[in-house]
Write a protein that binds this ligand. Structure first.
Ligand SMILES: *Cc1c(COP(=O)(O)O)cnc(C)c1O
Length: 512
């Protein structure tokens, strides 16, 4: 393909995407295909001869679209949002075109320096304590990770490094292996599955502590767990607190957990993957009180802040522990400016890194803080509209406090009613919401996800839920649908949690 063709192909693809996004409301949010559908639509082998891009663009509609779950449809109310915006898309395109790999300053100074600047812009927007910022002149700083999952693992590895150094000072005769084998980590039974996974990957037992009636991890629970592990000769090392849990968007009590972690010398990592975007609005910032106690803080602009996947913002108070945990310092990677700017390869797991800060720059400049605040406020307002509709119908109950863009509800009465309602909704495919278990009760999670969601979409969803509920409540015999409808699996589905469900505040830790 030469540049002339590239210009045509690229412009046609942009036109296609604009049409796609502008007309998303008209597409069914869930696909109707069966597993294996795509194999019949494309040849078994790669073509011998080059094809025409026009044919391939046609195939996007013929082959791909039938199998797409439209995450940006205003009828998508499952999981949590994933971001999508025109500035974000163009940012992705520019970063692909430049295509540099910025693992050290010299491999593309702009890649490192824009990231340093954007992480400061973003940190200031949410009013993170200054010691987290790159511009603080201290050891703190921000970095863009690929996902909240990686940030949690990176935090764990830094925590491990810090604990090993601390304990070696107290017990010079203990070797590293002995110390590492004693380390333990803590989180709540509501934390994202990626937190448990970080424990697995980092070889540190992750205790999933019980939460209170509002699904929050409390200080006393953590204190007790630390005490009992110390009595067993173990070394408490790492705590992951969640601001906005995946199941019910609950907020762990940071102001209780923080002082305990600081006093007991545990690394405190804060996972605010979804809800963290709301802190660009002053009225939500009280929910991050206690962040000053944290050693690392993370949220996903790729979830709720209109920056296309992947862009997970992570700040640390002392980057030295990351660098020490990750630095292998081969001679060929050295350059003469080492030390003056971060060498981000020591702040992450892979060596290579994309120019992710471009899309963050695009979104921050083209929306401005005000535009982003408007987006958050509008979505929270739409969740309130859905809440009002639910409250007007006495057959439904709201299960947990409404938090951010999430509403958890169920039909009053036996679980089978809510289960049946969900099966009907999945069968009719007009909207997409997922079920969860909350204290052993079947519930539904309704999330305002798409950037283009409007009041009429909330009304549409409510009408669909209400009329399906009517069918459930008035049918004598329960309807049984084939079990195949759940082929869209929840990201990180746990093995003890069948049927594509989240488990919230139950006796297991299963949930997103
Ligand atoms: C979505 C979510 C995650 C996982 O985010 P990734 O960026 O996909 O790894 C982690 N924690 C919470 C609370 C989440 O809601």
């Amino acid at each position: 393909m030469d540049a002339t063709e590239f210009r045509k192909f690229g412009k046609a693809a942009v036109d296609y995407l604009a049409d796609y996004l502008e007309n998303l409301r008209d597409r069914p949010v869930l696909p109707s295909v069966e597993p294996g559908y795509l194999q019949n639509l494309i040849p078994g082998d790669a073509p011998e001869q080059p094809e025409k891009w026009q044919d391939i663009l046609v195939d996007i509609e013929r082959v791909i679209m039938p199998g797409v779950t439209h995450w940006h449809s205003p009828h998508f109310h499952a999981y949590y949002p994933t971001a999508n915006s025109y500035p974000g898309i163009v940012g992705e395109m520019l970063s692909a075109g430049i295509g540099c790999i910025g693992f050290s300053w010299i491999t593309s100074p702009a890649c490192t320096e824009l990231e340093v600047a954007m992480m400061d812009w973003l940190g200031k927007l949410i009013q993170l304590p200054r010691e987290f910022l790159n511009c603080s002149d201290g050891p703190g700083g921000g970095v863009i990770q690929g996902s909240a999952s990686e940030a949690t693992l990176v935090g764990l590895l830094a925590a491990k490094e810090r604990s090993v150094r601390r304990i070696q000072k107290l017990h010079p005769d203990w070797d590293e292996g002995t110390i590492k084998a004693k380390l333990v980590a803590y989180s709540s039974d509501q934390s994202n599955s990626s937190v448990e996974k970080a424990g697995l990957l980092g070889s540190m037992p992750m205790r999933l502590l019980p939460t209170d009636e509002k699904c929050r991890l409390r200080g006393a629970t953590l204190e007790q767990a630390i005490k009992s592990d110390r009595e067993r000769g173990l070394i408490p090392c790492y705590v992951v607190a969640t601001l906005g849990t995946t199941g019910t968007c609950a907020f762990d009590c940071l102001e209780e957990l923080g002082p305990i972690c600081n006093k007991e010398e545990l690394w405190l990592h804060v996972d605010a993957a979804y809800a963290g975007s709301a802190f660009i609005c002053p009225e939500f910032r009280h929910l991050m009180a206690g962040v000053n106690y944290a050693d690392s803080y993370n949220f996903n602009p790729h979830k709720w802040m209109l920056v296309n996947f992947d862009c997970s913002a992570m700040w640390v108070k002392d980057s030295q522990y990351l660098i020490e945990a990750f630095s292998v310092d081969r001679i060929y990677l050295k350059h003469q400016h080492q030390g003056r700017t971060p060498d981000y390869r020591h702040w992450q797991i892979p060596l290579g890194r994309r120019f992710r800060s471009i899309k963050l720059w695009m979104v921050l400049r083209l929306y401005g803080a005000e535009g982003l605040q408007q987006h958050i406020r509008r979505q929270v307002g739409l969740a309130r509209e859905f809440e009002a509709l639910l409250r007007g119908d006495s057959r439904f109950e709201i299960v947990t406090d409404i938090s951010m863009g999430l509403v958890c509800f169920r039909l009053k009465g036996a679980d089978s009613l809510t289960k049946n309602l969900h099966e009907r909704l999945m069968e009719s495919k007009k909207i997409y919401i997922i079920a969860a278990t909350f204290r052993d009760k079947h519930i539904l999670r309704f999330v305002v996800c798409s950037r283009i969601t409007e009041s009429r979409d909330i009304a549409f969803a409510w009408e669909e839920i209400r009329s399906q509920a009517e069918q459930v409540l008035h049918s004598d015999a329960p309807v049984h649908f084939p079990k195949t409808h759940n082929h869209v699996k929840f990201n990180g589905l746990r093995k003890n949690c069948p049927n594509n469900e989240l488990k919230v505040n139950g006796n297991t830790n299963g949930q997103g």
